[in-house]
Design a protein around this ligand. Sequence first.
Ligand code: NAG
Length: 205
Amino acid sequence: MASKLQFLLLLSFSYAILQLSMAGDPDILSDFIVPPNVGGPLDGNFFTFTGMRSLVGAPFPTTFKVLKASMAEFPALNGQSVSYAVLQFPSGSVNPPHTHPRASELLFVLMGSLDVGFVDTTNKLFTQKLQQGDIFVFPKGLVHFQFNSDAKSPALALSAFGSASAGTVSVPNTVFNSTIDDQVLALSFKTDVATIQKIKSGFSG
Ligand SMILES: *[C@@H]1O[C@H](CO)[C@@H](O)[C@H](O)[C@H]1NC(C)=O
């Protein structure tokens, strides 16, 4: 009896390790996936995303801006385990603490500089001051941020993700803009309801 139980435990343990070692999206059983609404003969256009052309020659935004090329914007990425985002940081702007539940992120600073950081599961903070040309990896699922502390220069970065649909969970928005009960938040943050409501009021506008 004991050996059968041990065998089952071993089996489920091996399966868990196998799951952990799958870094990307699940494998697909075809070369690529074409959504049913794509009609006509397939050609290179299906595998082309032109949404970033809007960046060319455009004025730099005045607030932090993300332009994504993920499965939602670019359906050919379905099943391919990759996606991009272009991040534009005017002086002094921040990409607030957030996580990508389904992917690690490889950030490439194309212009300017960025102060970045992530917190691991032991609550240790890792930071770096990145300059133009530097690449930084944010491990999968961990809370991270980017900040352009330069008072004069904007910063531009390209992020690659190991998933066609990395997902973004913003910490401030998830906690203070999702209608979680004030009392739950007050107890959780060891403060009072009035303080929670004051923070929440900043999200309503
Ligand atoms: C708060 O949530 C609403 C509704 O989802 C959204 O429209 C708004 O942009 C959010 N506010 C902030 C500051 O993220």
